[in-house]
Write a protein that binds this ligand. Sequence first.
Ligand code: GLC
Length: 743
Amino acid sequence: MQKFLTLICLVALLTACSKENQTNRVDSRIDSLINVMTLEEKVGQLSLYTSDWDVTGPTMRQGYKEDIKKGRVGAIFNAFTAKYTRELQEMAVKETRLHIPLIFGYDVIHGHRTIFPIPLGAAASWDMEAIEKSDRIAAEEASAEGLHWAFSPMLDIARDPRWGRIAEGAGEDTYLGSRIAEARVRGLQGKGVGELNSVMACVKHFAAYGAAQAGRDYHTVDMSDRMFREVYLPPYAAAIKAGAATVMSSFNEFDGVPASGSKYLMTDLLRGELKFNGFVVSDYTSIMEMIPHGVVADTASAAALALEAGVDMDMQAGFYEEALGKLVKKGTINEQLINTSVRRILKKKFELGLFDDPYRYSDVEREKNTVMKLEFLEAARDVARKSIVLLKNGQLPRQEKLLLPLSKEVKQLAVIGPLADARKEMIGSWSAAGDWKKSVTLLEGIKAAVSPKTNVLFARGCNISDDSTTYFAEAVRVADKADVVVLALGEGAWMTGEAASRASLALPGVQQKLVEEIAKTGKPIVVVLMNGRPLTINWIAGHIPAILETWFLGTQAGNAIADVLFGDFNPSGKLPVTFPRSVGQIPIFYNMKNTGRPMDRNNKYTSKYLDEENEPLYPFGFGLSYTTFEYGAIKLLKEHITTQDELTVLCKVTNTGTRAGEEVVQLYVRDLIGSVTRPVKELKKFQKITLQPGESREVSFTLSIQDLAFYRSNMSFGTEPGDFHVFIGGNSRDTKAAKFVLD
Ligand code: GLC
C-alpha cells in the first residue's frame, strides 16, 4: 500500500511539474515572440474584426482580409466553416512576417448548427446536465467548423422582461444563474482549452448589462455596489471560477463609467478579486461608444482609457489600431501595457495549439462527420422537452379528465395561430449558424405524432405582429370543425435578443383578438406560447384551460412540443423568471425586500397599487406536471447552528398522481434580521428528482454557512447570528416553512 501511495504522489508531482514546465515553455516562447514583434505587429494582435458572413452589430469592416494580410488583426469573428477559416488562417500565417495565427470567434449562444432552446428556455429545465450537454454539442460543432471561441455564456441577470436580451440569459435568479454559468463553461471548454472539440468560453456582458434602466437596451445601469455584488456579480464570478478563458466588457455604464473604460470592473474586480487570468475583449464598438457616453472626446482618449482599464482586445471599433501606436510614440501610454495585453492573447493562441498547427480546427472531413449528427438532434429534442413549462392544465366543463395530455387518436385536431407553422421563428434569436430551414414546426411535430386516423387542420389566423384580421374567419371555421384546438401564439424570434426591447408585454398584433374569437367557438383550446420573454397573458390565463410555455425551442421545436402535448414526455420545466400581470409591476421578482410597510389590502398605507395586484401572474420557479406532488413538513436535523456547522434540511416529496414525473424541489432561505435589509426569500439549493406514481422520497439538502453569508452593513461578506426561515416547495410561492437559529 505504501509503495502504491508513493507512486501516486510521484505521478501527481511529475504531472504538476510537467504542467509547470509546459507553462514555462509557453511563456518563454511568448517572450521570444514579443521581443521580435514591432509595435505595429503588437497592436495588430489587439484588434478583432467581423467578417461579412454574419451581421451582429451596427458596423461592418470592409477590407478585413487586407487587415489579416497586413497583420492588423489578431482575431476574426462571424467567420466559420472549416474551409473558410482555413482560407483566412492561411492569409495570416503565410502572408504576415511573423506568421501569427488568428483566433476565430462567433456567437454560439444556444448551439452552432444544431440549435437548442434559447438560454432562457434552457434555464427553465433547471437541468444542469442537459444544459452542459447542449454546450458540449455546440462546442463539438463549432470547433469542427474552425471556431476557437464562443462569445458565450451570456450571464446577465435580468429582472426586467421589457429588455429583449432576457431571452439570452438564465433569468432573474443569482443562484440558478450561477449554476448555469458553471454548466455552460464546462460544456464549452470541456476537458480544457486546446482540446480539439472545445472552444474558449467568453463571460458576458461584464457587467450588470441586464439592469438597463426601463428595460431599454444599452441604457444606463446604476446600482449600489451591494446590489451588484449580491445579485448581478455571482454568475460572472462562478463562470470565472469554472475556468472561463475570456470575458467581454458590456456596453452599459456602471457607476458612471462605461464598462469598457472601468478599471474598477476590468482590473480591480476582475483580475484583483476574481483572479481572472485570461483576456478581455470589448463588446461591438463599445470602446468607440465611450465618446457618445461622454467620458472621452476622441479616438486616442477612448483607446487609452480602455487599455488602461484592462480591455485587451478592441472588437470592431478599430480604435486600438488607429491610436495605440501613436500613443506609445508620444509617450502617453507605456508599451508595457500593450505587451501585457499581447501576452494574454498570445497565451490563448498557444493554449489552442495554433502555433503548432494553425489549421488543426479547420478540418473539412471532421466537419462533415460532426455537424447535425442524429445524436445531436436527439439531444436537442430532449433539452427542448425539458425546457417546456406547463403553466395551466384545467378540466373541461362536465369532464373529469384534464385537457392535457391530448389523445393521439383525436379525430379532428386544429392547429391555429401565427406560430403554428412558423419555421423561421423556431430557432429564436442569436441562432448563430443554425439553419432555420431545418427546424421542425409545431404543425409538423403534431402531424408526426398523431394517429393516421387523425385529421389535422391548419389555419394561421393572423400574422405575428401586424393588425390584419383577414384570416380570422378561416381560423374560426377551422376551429369549428375540430374536436380540440392547439393555438400557437407569441412573439417573432426577432422581438427578443439584442436591440429588441418592448414597452409592452402583451401578445403582439391582433393575437389577443384571435384567441378571443377562437374561444367563442367553445372548443377545448391549448395555448402553446412561443416567446423570448415573459408576456402578460392574463386573459388567456383566466379563460383558456391549458397553457404551455415553450420559448423558442430550436431545431427540434415541433417534435419536442408534440412529445409534451400528447404525453410522451411529462413536462417538468419551472419558470426562471417571474411573469408579471402588467408592465406597471416591473421590476418584479420573487426575492424582493419586505419594506417597512409590507402590502396589506386592508391598510391603505402599505406598499401596493390602487389598480393592480402585487403578486405576479406566475411566480419564479413555477411549473406544473401531468402528475401531482405533495410536500411534507420540513425536518431540520438541528434548530440551532453555529458558524462551524452545516444544516441538514429534509423534506418528503410524494408523487400523488397517476404517472411518473420530475419535480424541481426548491429550497429558499430568509434571514429575518440583518445589519442591512434582506430579501424575503433567496433560492439557495434545488434538486430535480423523478418519482413514480405513489413514490415518496425524503429529499435532503445541506446548507453551509456560506449559503447564509451576505454583504453586511460594512460591506464585509459573512453571516450574522439570528433567526432564519427555510422554505421548500415546487416554486417560490407555494412552500413549506421551518425555522432555525444561527447562534
Ligand atoms: C453584439 C453583442 C455581443 C456579441 C457581439 C459580437 O453587439 O452585444 O453579445 O457577442 O456583439 O457579435
